[in-house]
Design a protein around this ligand. Structure first.
Ligand SMILES: Cc1ncc(COP(=O)(O)O)c(C=O)c1O
Length: 377
């Protein structure tokens, strides 16, 4: 048995919908898959408004443009995240200010935000790590007090909630990823969620390469032109056709992943009880989507040693983010000093176990037995 870390899911209808998009898109009756995906996501997860994008990276870049982020602005992001969270803002000239993770969970520590805010702070970008919500109530309170924008990086968090609210629907803007490592995917894809109507007009320009083409399509103008800054940020119709086939399986995917996640949790709980490692902590306000199952070992050495043992047993476990303030790029260009001990711990000690939609309980059982066996249980 060889178990990969991830196996991108195929529902079976992707080819049919793609060929539909190729063969029928000029038919006047044809409703675009882009529109179908948008409607499906909006209705199922109760979002105010959203647009499909080419990736979550693109969605984050659109957010930085809409918020007019520029040189001199400061943007607070967790250091334990993917480079796209920072790139979107740094390429606009903003200064990135790193916040530490919580000690009990890799998400941003809401209690440390206050001390990072200055007169130049413009936005906070919480990342819902592993689809597990940050404390959005506290983050929104801080943002309101200081008049800041909040952009939720919900890359891994489709189908996750903060209490009753979908992640991505709470800040001013939210970003989703449909990359092939996510629960629902189209190889590369994303969405930007708008929770504030005032962004609506500009977002259409930005997504349409800085033009008012959508006004031409709606018959409002006779020709379109350059009206704003923008780029090629929209999801292609072929990616949308692929994604629609996955969205139709959203309910099954969530249930399936949750049952695998719980199997991992229940089987490995004994190791947490003995202080050997920590399992994911789900805060009481978070309802997660079983995107990731991770372990936090007591040291880098024990994490590497377990990873090697699993690899020798044909199980591909994976580390996750290199904290951005420990990365080559940051250290060479900005600072060699890292002041985020919790982020450092996740950088060093977090190990993700395989989890994908078609995985079987037998495979999870083989992995949990191997982990228990490694620790002599
Ligand atoms: C927190 C976070 N933000 C953004 C991204 C980028 O997503 P995408 O690959 O859709 O551009 C990722 C990628 O996994 C991520 O983990």
């Amino acid at each position: 048995m060889k178990i990969p870390f991830n196996l991108p899911y195929v529902s079976g209808k992707e080819n049919k919908y793609i060929s539909d998009a190729v063969n029928h898109s000029s038919n006047p009756e044809y409703e675009s898959y882009n529109n179908k995906c948008k409607k499906f996501i909006k209705e199922r997860w109760n979002y105010k408004d959203l647009f499909m994008t080419s990736s979550c990276t693109a969605a984050l870049e659109v957010c930085a443009l809409i918020l007019d982020i520029k040189k001199g602005d400061e943007v607070i992001i967790p250091s334990y995240t993917f480079p796209s969270t920072a790139n979107a803002f740094i390429r606009q000239g903003a200064k990135i200010v790193f916040a530490d993770s919580r000690s009990d969970y890799p998400g941003i520590d809401e209690k440390k935000l206050g001390s990072l805010i200055t007169k130049r702070t413009k936005a906070i970008v919480p990342v819902h790590y592993a689809g597990i919500a940050c404390d959005m109530n506290e983050i929104m309170k801080v943002a309101e007090k200081h008049n800041l924008y909040v952009v939720e990086d919900a890359a891994s968090a489709i189908d996750s909630k903060y209490v009753t609210k979908q992640l991505g629907s709470i800040g001013h803007l939210g970003c989703l990823s449909f990359h092939q490592t996510k629960n629902l995917h189209c190889l590369e894809g994303g969405a930007i969620i708008l929770n504030d109507d005032s962004f609506l007009k500009r977002i259409k320009y930005i997504l349409e390469k800085g033009t008012n083409r959508n006004e031409l399509v709606s018959g409002l103008v006779e020709r379109y032109e350059w009206v704003d800054i923008g780029s090629s940020y929209m999801m292609t119709e072929l990616h949308a056709a692929f994604l629609y086939a996955q969205l139709e399986k959203a309910e099954w995917i969530k249930k399936k992943r949750m049952s695998l996640w719980e199997e991992y949790y229940n089987s490995l709980l004994i190791l947490q009880g003995k202080g050997i490692l920590k399992l994911p902590n789900i805060p009481e306000y978070a309802y997660h989507n079983a995107h990731t199952f991770y372990l936090i070992l007591n040291s880098t050495d024990s994490k590497e040693s377990l990873r090697k043992f699993l690899s020798d047993n044909s199980i591909q476990a994976a580390v996750h983010y290199t904290s951005l303030d420990l990365s080559k790029f940051w250290k060479e260009n900005y600072s060699k000093i890292s002041k985020n001990p919790n982020s450092l711990r996740y950088n060093d000690c977090l190990l993700r176990l395989p989890l994908y939609n078609t995985m079987t309980k037998e495979e999870v059982s083989y992995i949990t037995s191997s982990v228990l066996n490694y620790f002599n249980f």
